[in-house]
Design a protein around this ligand. Structure first.
Ligand code: NAP
Length: 341
């Protein structure tokens, strides 16, 4: 059993812990918060403390005592007990925590907000699993890049991709992020978007560029992709490969999947915890040809989409599987991916 610790119990950290628990070949030693009893930590207590809680700082210990929240030790204690750490702290904190992981000679997986330099390899479970095998520090792609690479890699393996151009319609905050303000405006970033640049770091043979537009919504990003493939394929060929991919779900607007909110609601109707979705959805009716290029729109459920690839990263770093296909299949199996197929 590989012993895993999750550091940072926010939007991503909570979901990483839930994902690790489902892996039959991994054990979750505990989760670490920062210093305060956040809502996520209060919810953990109200759920009966399914995970042991460690804290980076004990400066507010009396608040935890008042709320009767048991603490299992310090962040340093947690690190010592683990084989690998999933660091899901706020961007920039992971780089500082890395010193602690190095001190105890522990491997760590960082999330997309950290700078690339934090890690030995910028990682995606499907596109470059081999590069992560045996490495000490891996960094995951961001939510948009993770979902985007799933589709581009899927097409690349089937037909070869030469070039893509994307437009990202980006949700501006996660639900409950009051600190981002109450907004009603769209905001355009200078091109190329980091997601296109990041994709080229992981898939250097693909030319990628793109534009990102922030939108005042919280349930999911939508990306439109125009792909130039090495073969001139039709919609049916594209659908065939997407439908065979356990992390890509093809949905129909005609069935009611009109956009991000419909998918979020469907995930809630499925009874998924918090309405989480691990999969990237492709809207069937958006698939169109533009000359020999092919265009489509995908939905990125930002809060949960990076969980499968984060688990893949543990498998690579710990050499649990040397073969990428075997690794992603196990992650998919334990997370229950592709149940709709
Ligand atoms: N949210 C998304 O949609 C999304 C998607 C993909 C990737 N990511 C990436 O995932 C990472 C985490 O993002 P997030 O949205 O989950 O952030 P978040 O909700 O703000 O959670 C970060 C958590 O880390 C805690 N923390 C801060 N310093 C810590 C420390 N030294 N030790 C332990 N815990 C500490 C924070 O606690 P306090 O609040 O008490 O400081 C907070 O609970 C970032 O790199 C982000 O770019 C986010």
């Amino acid at each position: 059993m590989i012993k895993v610790g999750v550091v940072g119990y926010g939007v991503i950290g909570q979901r990483l812990a839930d994902g690790v628990i489902l892996q039959e070949d991994m054990e979750l030693v505990g989760v670490a918060g920062n210093s305060k009893p956040t809502l996520a930590i209060r919810a953990l207590k109200e759920k009966g403390m399914p995970y042991n809680l460690y804290m980076a700082s004990f400066e507010n210990k009396e608040l935890f005592d008042e709320l009767d929240i048991p603490l299992s030790g310090t962040l340093e204690d947690l690190v010592q007990k683990c084989d690998v750490i999933l660091d899901a702290t706020r961007a920039g904190v992971g780089a500082k925590n890395k010193e602690l992981y190095k001190k105890y000679n522990k491997k760590a997986i960082f999330q997309g907000g950290e700078k690339n330099e934090v890690a030995d390899v910028f990682f995606h479970g499907y596109a470059n699993y081999d590069k992560g095998v045996g490495k000490d520090f891996l960094k995951l792609t961001s939510c948009n890049t993770t979902g985007l690479i799933r589709t581009v890699d899927c097409l690349d393996k089937a037909f070869g991709v030469e070039k893509i151009a994307i437009t990202i319609i980006r949700r501006v905050a996660d639900p409950g992020d009051y600190h981002r303000g109450l907004t009603n405006a769209l905001k355009v970033d200078p091109a190329p978007s980091h997601q296109a640049v990041d994709l080229m770091t992981i898939m250097p043979h693909v030319q990628a560029t793109g534009i990102l537009v922030h939108t005042p919504v919280t349930h999911g990003h939508i990306i439109t992709v125009v792909a130039s493939l090495k073969e001139d394929i039709n919609k049916e060929q594209l659908l065939e490969v997407f439908k065979a991919h356990p992390r890509i779900r093809v949905v129909k607007i005609a069935d009611g999947f009109q956009g991000n909110a419909a998918l979020f609601r469907y995930a809630r109707d499925l009874g998924n915890p918090r309405g989480d979705m691990y999969e990237t959805a492709v809207f069937d009716e958006t698939i169109v040809k533009s000359g020999t290029d092919i265009m489509f729109a995908i939905n990125i459920p930002q809060e949960a989409v990076v969980i499968p690839e984060s688990i893949d990263a543990i498998r690579a770093a710990l050499k649990m599987q040397v073969d990428g296909n075997e690794a992603v299949s196990l992650t998919n199996k334990y997370l229950g991916m592709g149940k709709w197929m």
